[in-house]
Structures are given as C-alpha cells and as structure tokens.
Design a protein around this ligand. Sequence first.
Ligand SMILES: Nc1nc2c(ncn2[C@@H]2O[C@H](COP(=O)(O)OP(=O)(O)OP(=O)(O)O)[C@@H](O)[C@H]2O)c(=O)[nH]1
Ligand SMILES: [Mg+2]
Length: 331
Amino acid sequence: MSDDYAAQIMEGSSRAAARLISWLEDEDARAYEWMPKLYPHTGRAYIIGITGAPGAGKSTLTDKLARTIRRNGLSIGIIAVDPSSPFTGGALLGDRVRMSELSNDPEIYIRSMATRGFLGGTAKATGDVVKVLDALGKDVIIIETVGVGQDEIDIIGIADTTCLVLVPGLGDAIQSMKAGIMEIADIFVINKADKPGADQLCGEVCSRLDIDSQIQAKAWTPPVDKAIAVEDIGIEELWQSIEGHRKHLQETGLFYEKRRNRTYQETLRMIHNELFRVVRESLQQDGRLDKAVERIMSREQDPYTLMREIVGEWLSIPKSQKEAYHEGTQS
Ligand SMILES: Nc1nc2c(ncn2[C@@H]2O[C@H](COP(=O)(O)OP(=O)(O)OP(=O)(O)O)[C@@H](O)[C@H]2O)c(=O)[nH]1
Ligand SMILES: [Mg+2]
C-alpha cells in the first residue's frame, strides 16, 4: 500500500514521518488515523531532554552530543521545540546541525517545531512527535527546549533523562531559577566553562544539591558536568552521565514507574484536550459563546452561572440516559 504511512514510517521513511508530523502540528484529522497504528511500535527509544535559558548553548550541545551518540552506533531523532533564537542571536538548531556533517547522516532526523501559541500545549505535540520518531526506529530522541515558561515542566514529563544547561555569568543563577527547576534536572551541565565563574557556579549547584539531599534522601544525586560545547569538551562525560542515569532508572525500577506516570498524565491530557475541543467546537458552531459573551459584557449574565450551565448540559447527557432506563423499568 503506497499510502500506508504507518508501514512506511516503520520501514524508516523520513518523508512519511515528516508528513505525519506536519499533520500533527496542524491537528489534521489524518494524523489521528495513523497514530493508533504506530502506537504499538513505540516505547523503544530513549528520550533525553535538554533544557536551559535562551542562548545557554543547548543547540551546540545537542549537535555535539548527537555526534557522540552516533559514534556509539545509535540512531537519533532531534526535536527543537520553539527555538528562541531571534532573541539570543543563536542559530536555529536546524541551521546549526545543517552546517555540520550530521545533516547528511540518514540515521539522524531533525525537526524544529514552532509551537508558540499552540493551544493545549507544546507537550501534546511534542509527545506525539516523539512517538513518530520512536516508531521510525530512532534509538535516542533528544528534545531541546527553552527553560522558561511552563513548557519545560511539560518536557520533563516526556524525557527519561532531563539535562539542565546552566552558564556562568548570568548573575546568581540558582537564586533566579524558578522554584522547582532544580528538582527537574537529572543532570546539570555547566556549559561555557571557558568563561569566568564556571567553577563558582559548579560549587553553588553542588552545595544546593547537598542541602537538598540532607533534607530528603534521594535515590539519585544529579551529576554536575562542565562542558565547553563549542569545543566539543565535556560531551563524552555528559553522555556517560546520561547512560549512568539510564542504568540507574532501569536497575531501580524507576524507569517503568516514570513511564507509567507519563502514560497516565498523557492519557489524562488527551482526554482533557478532546473534551475541550468538542465542547469548544459546539459552542463556536452556533455562535452561542459569542452571544453569551455579549450578555456577560453587559452584565445580563455572569460567567460563573454560564459555565455551570454549559458543563451541566454535557454532564446531563448520561444522566438522562440513566433516567430513561429507570423510567423504562418502572412502567
Ligand atoms: N564561549 C562559549 N560559547 C558557546 C559555548 N556553547 C555555545 N556557545 C555559543 O553560544 C551561542 C548560543 O548557542 P546556541 O547553541 O544557539 O544556544 P541555545 O541554548 O540553543 O540558544 P536558543 O535555542 O536560542 O535558546 C552561540 O553563539 C554559541 O556559539 C561554549 O561552550 N562556550
Ligand atoms: Mg537552540
């Protein structure tokens, strides 16, 4: 079958994968025809998240890490989520990698995703793209995402190993980091170690981790690796740290637990998104929401009551069926 996208992707067709990913990004219904067929063939790839501030060197690091992984004979998928490069002057991941020899390697698949403004979230689209690359047969999938906003928290849910990239010279990096960001990192990378302040930053992160481990005993203490991505220094060590974390997850059973938790969250989110989509469409279809907004604006109606009415209508569908059932048995 020439248009069996699932079969083509499983045979390793990058073109078929690219097509399906575009449909996913557009929320085209055709995507959801093929995803169920791909799903049984996913779950094999190991997923690495690279997150950090804009310009921290995530793309450079990803490029170098990809070469190291290739030297180990593994194939790679790279997803750059919403590259922030216009702000930092850094090259898009795609550009950066295109410039290197990686671009000619058929074992590497690179995809940039502009997901800013995506309703329902980056995580949904990214999670689906991960599955496509997994079914495509990639051994390792790297997701690069900027660690600002809410997105990075979502990415953590998707990655098996999350690397947080920090750079010296951005003031008191630890203090300015959002609450919770320390907890999400499985590995810390102090990049741009050629710049002054790298050792100090390293020390700050380590002592913070020390304090954390005194407060709460942890099965895994994140390694803190120094790197100079532009010079390919510290990348092999980073790969060893990632491998160490992978083995730790597998030996402790946390790997299964982590993926089970991800599947739980993902399934819940899918149900949430679909419910929201169905309700939103029906409200938009007959212009009902527009009319209601007018009434809310003029204070003829309040949004709280409207919300209850709308949700109540949806909930009453099974209830009325139940009532009909009892009516039937009573008569
Ligand atoms: N001095 C120094 N510069 C580096 C290092 N790694 C990356 N850079 C430079 O930092 C700039 C940003 O690098 P990118 O790899 O584009 O950073 P990024 O985190 O992907 O940036 P965004 O995707 O825009 O958030 C580029 O000019 C790199 O050449 C390093 O180890 N040392
Ligand atoms: Mg980048």
